[in-house]
Design a protein around this ligand. Structure first.
Ligand SMILES: [Zn+2]
Ligand SMILES: [Zn+2]
Length: 147
């Protein structure tokens, strides 16, 4: 994702609305590695701007997706998440608390056998690894120790 300043300029160039709420959403997303949901962006924003609506957050996020600035992610955690990290990467997902971490792996060497491609020209692939984060792993082992 571009910097909040560049996004403001770009939104104006394309005749899209720029409001203080939208600028704040850009700032919340910048460098955000938590893969936030619309609801979590809203929760952060509403603390500072009590009049903001969830609809404004959704609209802004969807415009950023349209512009290719952020990626929508469906990681099977129950709600759509948004990723401002536009570098090719993969994800580690905790199935218990839904923590999502970026993962940089070189999967170029994975070759799909010709007959499996079924005529497709395969492009980019993203891998989601599901498991337990360190915190959940520790909590589960504590529970099993205490009975
Ligand atoms: Zn977890
Ligand atoms: Zn990511």
């Amino acid at each position: 994702m571009r910097s909040p300043e560049e996004l403001v300029k770009n939104f104006r160039i394309h005749g899209r609305k720029v409001t203080p709420q939208r600028e704040r959403i850009f700032q919340i997303l910048q460098g955000n590695v938590s893969h936030p949901t619309a609801e979590s962006v809203y929760a952060e924003l509403v603390r500072e701007m009590p009049t903001v609506s969830l609809k404004t957050v959704y609209q802004t996020l969807h415009e950023l997706v349209d512009m290719g600035e952020i990626s929508p992610l469906d990681l099977g955690t129950g709600s759509a998440r948004f990723d401002p990290n536009q570098l090719a990467h993969h994800h580690l997902v905790c199935t218990r608390c839904h923590l999502v971490k970026d993962l940089y792996l070189d999967i170029e060497e994975i070759q799909i056998p010709g007959e499996q491609l079924q005529g497709f020209e395969a492009g980019a692939a993203e891998i989601t690894f599901r498991g337990l984060c360190p915190k959940c792993k520790a909590e589960i082992s504590e529970q099993s120790e205490s009975g």
